[in-house]
Design a protein around this ligand. Sequence first.
Ligand code: NAD
Length: 310
Amino acid sequence: MDVLVTGGAGFIGSNFVRYLLDTGDDSVVTLDALTYAGSRDNLAGYLGHPNHRLVEGDIRDRELVDDLVADADVIVNFAAESHVDRSIGGAEPFVSTNVQGTQTLLDAALDADIDRFLQISTDEVYGEIHDGKFTEDDPLAPRNPYSATKAGADLLVQSYRETHDLPTLITRTCNNFGPRQHPEKLIPKFIQRAANGETLPVYGDGSNVREWIYVEDNCAALDVVLREGDIGEVYNIGSGVELSNLETTEKILEAVGGSEDQIEFVEDRAGHDQRYAIDATKTKALGWEPEWSFEDGLDACVDYYLGDEE
Ligand code: NAD
């Protein structure tokens, strides 16, 4: 298969490109604008791979996208502005890349002969949930600018399926952690700060709950959905591992050998969703199961971020 992976120099995208090249014989083209969040280093060891090519460019560049889509069987769209706090500071790049960028890819896919268009989305599009878990049939109710733009993209993708019969799929995954995540995100940031003896700033009272999946488990699930998923469907990808932000912080301190005195409660994030949790039954029915425990994934992260492993 010829796979066009957008955002493939970012955290999850680079792990997915590596996963594809390690596990199969697909030809992969990575399209990435190399914003502050993307890096060639994330693809180190794979830049000269015979089945891989990195193209530095923007998913909003229609001419470039047309050229790349013409040679692709499938498109996997990871490219996005992805940091909630930055979206609160300014939503423009989020609307531009996450919504308009997705529209550019969809239009290019319409004009080409694409077998599958996989949109990478997030559990955040459902908004917060106090009891139970979100299924794919729940309505979208995003509550911050980042998740609103991701929901906008999801709706556009679904509209191209309905009105143009484009062969689309959508995945909505919970919080990922693992190697090659930007240090602005909670787990890498806290590992480094804990090891340096710095404070770990926890929003509010730390009671907000997130579901965490190790990135390799997510990549395996995305691969299964890409190949086995039913066209037009949405698939939730979750681990079932739910932790409050305070519990996550305590586990990081334990793994790094830091002190609980390093915890510092700071003013809560505006519009901070209390809890996310998703039901992944539909993805599991395709034959996928998560394999990593949170603790094993965290140990792997500690090794990676503290420089003990490539
Ligand atoms: P990331 O910020 O690490 O990577 C995003 C990548 O997209 C970067 O390499 C960046 O350079 C690239 N990019 C940004 N704008 C671009 C543009 N206009 N054109 C081309 N490339 C561009 O993000 P991530 O955490 O790897 O997330 C990847 C995708 O997965 C996103 O769509 C995100 O919404 C989704 N997602 C992330 C998580 C998570 O926990 N990280 C969970 C669920 C879904």
